[in-house]
Design a protein around this ligand. Structure first.
Ligand SMILES: *Cc1c(COP(=O)(O)O)cnc(C)c1O
Length: 365
């Protein structure tokens, strides 16, 4: 008897890693982004696999995510994209490497590292080239060069920036300006250091669309998990996560009967409906209710009827031969996470990371 589970397909991860490597210049290294539980999958299983494949670096969003990887035995360097001064103690204890993106955070980390008698602690400097999210501005370069020249406490492991619209070819000019701006920052800063940090600016879509922005390292997230932000690229990649569930109960309902909370669905004919043990608390948004979303039962499409409940949802299986205990696919082989996300004007990233920690992860090796 099955339960709701997210299958994590490591052979698919290996395939995607190899495909992305084939799309970067020889010598360009890979930083695997495993934030948000590995895009909702299983960050530890993914990181262990990639570490074996020889990945150069990992990136996570928050310190606690990096700490969890260390506790699971990951020894590769880990960049924390959004470290917060409150977490510096843990960051240091776990040998995590902070992104320093403003004077405030730079000063705080410098003072902290000094107080802890650190020498050459690896840090990464992030520059804002147009996303306007996190990053130093060009005008901060004088401050940085003064701080960094001869600095014995911190060592700049890398300089990086993040693109705003690498998946959108209508924004080519904007993106090219971001690439130029990042090159200018590196040109101005590097002569002030007596060592050479590595440079990185590309996320998955930039790897695929802007080979001129690969620099020394690329940061790939969504591509590793099997999505390339275009149909053409998706065809080269394999989804790592498949969300599956099972039929808990089947009812036959008469014309005029209703299904679920607030009677949102009312049948016009005799119908067969099934209840699935997955709801909005598992990551299936209420926006999928009332026929917007569907699942696959024995290879056939079954629409979600009525409102999605917290722990369950109901589907119409009137024309589908199936019985209680049968497997159901929410996304995976028959429908990709991106195709399902599109139904609610969302994106693969959001649907994947929404799969809550209540859902059992099953790692397929
Ligand atoms: C999440 C993230 C990435 C990964 O982007 P993908 O589009 O998933 O490849 C890269 N860099 C930064 C700064 C990020 O926040």
């Amino acid at each position: 008897m099955g339960v709701t589970r997210l299958e994590i397909n490591l052979p698919a991860l290996r395939h995607n890693y190899a495909y992305l490597q084939s799309r970067v210049a020889p010598g360009t290294k890979m930083m695997a982004v495993v934030k948000a539980f590995g895009y909702g999958s299983d960050a530890v299983a993914v990181a262990q696999e990639l570490e074996q494949l020889g990945v150069f670096y990992f990136a996570v969003a928050y310190t606690s995510e990096g700490a969890a990887l260390r506790e699971a035995g990951i020894t590769s360097p880990i960049l924390v994209l959004h470290p917060q001064p409150d977490n510096f103690e843990l960051l240091l204890e776990k040998c995590l490497e902070p992104s320093l993106y403003s004077k405030r955070v730079f000063e705080a980390f410098y003072a902290f590292a000094k107080a802890k008698s650190q020498q050459h602690y690896p840090v990464h400097l992030k520059f804002n080239t147009g996303l306007n999210r996190l990053g130093f501005a060009k005008k901060d370069l004088d401050y940085l060069t003064t701080e960094l020249e001869g600095n014995q406490i911190l060592k700049v492991a890398s300089l990086f920036s993040h693109l705003t619209a690498s998946e959108d070819l209508k924004e080519k000019e904007f993106t090219q300006n971001q690439i130029t701006a990042f090159k200018n920052v590196a040109d101005q800063l590097l002569p002030h250091l007596d060592y050479t940090p590595f440079l990185h600016q590309s996320n998955t879509s930039a790897i695929l669309n802007y080979p001129e922005a690969q620099f020394d390292v690329v940061r790939t997230g969504i591509g590793l998990y099997g999505y390339g932000n275009t149909d053409t690229e998706d065809a080269h990649l394999m989804p790592v996560a498949q969300l599956k569930t099972v039929i808990s109960q089947i009812h036959t309902i008469a014309p005029g009967d209703s299904v679920g909370y607030n009677r949102a669905y009312q049948s016009k004919t005799m119908e067969r409906i099934a209840t699935l043990p997955i709801g909005h608390a598992d990551g299936i948004s209420r926006a999928f209710g009332n026929g917007v979303g569907y699942v696959f039962v024995n290879g056939e499409k079954a629409p979600i009827i009525g409102n999605v409940c917290m722990d369950m949802l109901m589907i119409n299986i009137s024309n589908i031969p199936c019985e209680e205990g049968d497997d159901v696919t929410v996304f995976g082989e028959e429908i990709s996470a991106v195709a399902l996300a599109t139904k609610i004007n969302s994106i693969s990233y959001e649907l994947l990371t929404a799969v809550s920690q209540r859902v059992k992860r099953v790692v397929l090796r």
